[in-house]
Write a protein that binds this ligand. Structure first.
Ligand code: ADP
Ligand code: MG
Length: 234
């Protein structure tokens, strides 16, 4: 299978405006959610019930996630870089995802057998990337019996850390691959289509690379390359 380097469409003036707009929605939204929590807390204490409060709060959370992801995608914050060990960041991320894979009967295996690889990254942002990719793998496997393998190696030529996430889920057509990092591209009924566009921006800000190879009905392999500490770009 040929590996395809993912390209993202340049964002337009409209995209920038939308990002500013989303940013402005966040403040009133945060205060509405705060007051909702307060009301729910008060109702709970006096053993009253506010009809549909749970639904309202869940829907607000959904809007909040959409807006947050959109802002991050359009204008990702400058990475707050620290010296991290790749194995540790990956292990912590895999642990976060384990409850979901176990629940879905998916095998989640790791292969980190290299010497400790130092990275100069924003661990919170980078974990978000790995979470997004693993989450997609889980969703691509769905209710089928499946396996996800997360591996880490060092490229002997570029010295870069190479992280691969492999799944035997639904796979993608070539046409789908072309669109996956475009904001709001989704093939899922309840998808937002922001996970990979956010991830793409974060990797780009870290001077890394992300590529994918996939075959419909067979599976998908995401490859993320990150420069190791003190090394040049990948
Ligand atoms: P969302 O998950 O909300 O749909 P993403 O940006 O995370 O948004 O992914 C965009 C699309 O890329 C998905 O809807 C899916 O079609 C495709 N995709 C991403 N990862 C995989 C994968 N591992 N296997 C199959 N399809 C994938
Ligand atoms: Mg996703």
């Amino acid at each position: 299978l040929e590996k395809q380097v993912i390209v993202s469409e340049k964002y337009s003036a409209i995209g920038k405006m939308a990002a500013g707009f989303a940013h402005e929605i966040r403040n009133p939204l945060t205060s509405i959610m705060g007051f909702m929590q307060l009301l729910m807390e008060r109702a709970r204490k006096t053993q009253q019930e506010i009809p549909y409060a749970d639904i309202m709060y869940l829907e607000l959370q959904r809007v909040n996630k959409l807006v947050t992801d959109f802002v991050l995608m359009a204008k990702p914050s400058v990475p707050d870089r620290k010296l991290c060990i790749a194995q540790n960041v990956l292990t912590e991320t895999v642990q976060l995802m384990e409850s979901q894979t176990i629940l879905n009967g998916i095998t989640l295996d790791t292969d980190f057998h290299t010497e400790p690889l130092p990275l100069f990254i924003d661990p919170i942002q980078m974990k978000q990337v790995f979470i997004n990719v693993i989450q997609n793998a889980i969703e691509a496997i769905g209710s089928r019996r499946g396996r996800i393998v997360v591996s880490l190696k060092q490229d002997p030529h570029t010295q870069c850390a190479v992280i691969q996430i492999h799944d035997n889920g639904s796979g993608m057509t070539e046409d789908e691959i072309k669109h996956i990092v475009n904001p709001f591209f989704t093939t899922k009924e309840d998808g937002l289509g922001l996970g990979l566009s956010v991830s793409y921006r974060i990797i780009e800000n870290h001077k890394g690379k992300i590529s994918v190879s996939s075959e419909k009905g067979v599976g998908t392999l995401f490859t993320i390359q990150l420069p190791i500490h003190h090394a040049s770009d990948c």
